[in-house]
Design a protein around this ligand. Sequence first.
Ligand SMILES: Cc1ncc(COP(=O)(O)O)c(C=O)c1O
Length: 399
Amino acid sequence: MSAKLYSLVDFIKQHYQTTDFLPLHEPRFDQHEKDLVQDCIDSTFVSSVGKYVDQFEQKLAAFTDSKYAIATVNGTSALHIALLLAGVERDTEIITQALSFIATCNAISYCGAEPIFVDVAKQTLGMSPQSLAEFLEQNGQISNNQCYNKQTKKRIAACVPMHTFGHPCEIDTIQAICEQWHIPLIEDAAESLGSYYKNKHTGNFGKLAAISFNGNKIITAGGGGAILTNDEQLAKKAKHITTTAKLPHKWEFNHDQIGYNYRMPNLNAALLCAQLDKLTGFIVNKRETAARYHDWCQKNEITFITEPPHAKSNYWLNAIILPDKTDQQEFLRIANEQGVMSRPVWTLLNQLPMFKHCQTMPQTNAQWLADRLVNIPSSVKKNRINQQTRRWHPQELKN
Ligand SMILES: Cc1ncc(COP(=O)(O)O)c(C=O)c1O
């Protein structure tokens, strides 16, 4: 196995045509970003009011086929507000997956709610509909059109599946289960901008969804996020409470509820407008890298995670599955020693001290993946993107 692991590291370096340090995911900017940011600085409208925030929201809604997009300071705040607007209150419970980034559970905690962990599916890496249904059959009870947990007597106020590494989970089946059990569905689509399930952009299956534009995401402004929704009332409320719940007036300051200072600054939005123009190109480029990884892995009998059935994935972060934990640890050591950044999946959230006590379904698949999975460098290839000036349309990705 060792020889194979060394040659995979060589292949990655060769693919990215570099012997320098290779990060897991680095952003790509060129003159287009510089032009828009310069224009924003020149306008002096660098903060939460400005043309780029509005423009970005419109462009993002169009790209994701969502009726509304509300830009926020980061993905965690987007998720926090999405949960509040779905009716999550103190002392309620939220069903989610333990195989996720900490932000999913942080947002739940900010609401004073607690997570319940179900397993993930091996093929999608996202929430397992079977585990979700099993949990609800064992513990769920409908009363007054709401779902309660028979064990804790608490209301199950939302279900938050996550599209891991950009690969869509079986979101339509999850949506049907949530409907059956009267549980609002919120998609953690932080990683899946540009990913489709059955020709529908992720983030359009639930009441609301959250996207992240953190520095490691497919497009970025250093920090940033967005709430997606197709519900006009929810969109209005989202805009209102992310902008300190200020009542519109030219000079008076009045606020009608506790609000949040979560609005994305215009400066970040300018950068994101430029990034969004390139998004389809980035995805095409990343899908080419994934295809090359897949090809190499097939020839060398290593499992490469490919997009699940019925999905078109943005292949945000590529992942391989090694035979066991020993191989996983060896690859991590070899790759990182050679400057090829690679990492295992996050520590399962149910194992963290803050969430150890939370109700948890068997994590058979999540643990299996945690013991074997490794993320490998996945940035957009530089030499391919530099000359790229044409604008792309998301329609190109759908087929
Ligand atoms: C699954 C998931 N949820 C939420 C977030 C939170 O996004 P942010 O870092 O923009 O707050 C991220 C990314 O960082 C993420 O990967």
